[in-house]
Design a protein around this ligand. Sequence first.
Ligand SMILES: [Zn+2]
Length: 285
Amino acid sequence: MNDVKIAIIGGSGIYEIEGIKILKESKIKTPFGLPSDKIRIGELEGVNIAFIPRHAVGHKIMPSEVNSRANIFALKKIGVEKIISISACGSLKEEIKPRDFVIPDQLFDRTKSRPSTFFGEGIVAHVGFAEPYCPQLRKILIETAKSLSIPVHAGGTYICMEGPQFSTKAESKVYRSMGFSVIGMTNLPEAKLAREAEICFATVSLTTDYDVWKEGEEVSAEKVMANMKVLTTNVKKLVKSVIMKLQGERNCSCKDALKYAIMTSPEAMNPKTKKKISLLIEKYI
Ligand SMILES: [Zn+2]
């Protein structure tokens, strides 16, 4: 089987991708532990893709417990260069309606207790994260969603909270006043780790509700479920249709993110750490 260069990380409600012909299910070990679940490698529209359900099949892992380092490292190990991350979100703007897609271009970190780097323990690196999402992937996702007549917002800021509880009204109103677009619990540290692993990364945010800021629009589980159903149908359509367009070579800067980021001189590196993350750094040392 050829290399697998494209991966999907599925969020709440996305535990499989319809139409994938599964070729292999692999339990991939990493120096950071095991990924959320077995990685399913298969073929969709004639293209090899990998799929991980972020919360595991059966939804057993809460956002703070997701081992993003293992998920991203395992994908790097099998050769993945592009990740589409799917994430259910609440809307913080009137014009982003439940059932809309948002392809954010910015991120704001409100997580508190998640390991968010592959580095440390004797090797220091500072990757650029001013543009947290891959512009090339974002563009393809936006164009494809539009061509399928799926309501989509081209840009916006995703604020990632720790959870697992949802926001208070006070918090939700503050985030809104800061101009953020959607709120979710899982895009970080995923996006940071993908950048450190030099993998292109973009998110499809599925808007399930208006969070809790909107008076007279109380969130009911029933409504959210109905919205989720429409969103998962649409996102599966999007994935199926976008996959062919993701095969080209990369022209973005994601692939060279570590080029000038590693600060530690090779001779000063902790040999154990050097070995542990050699998959990420070997081409630079
Ligand atoms: Zn990229």
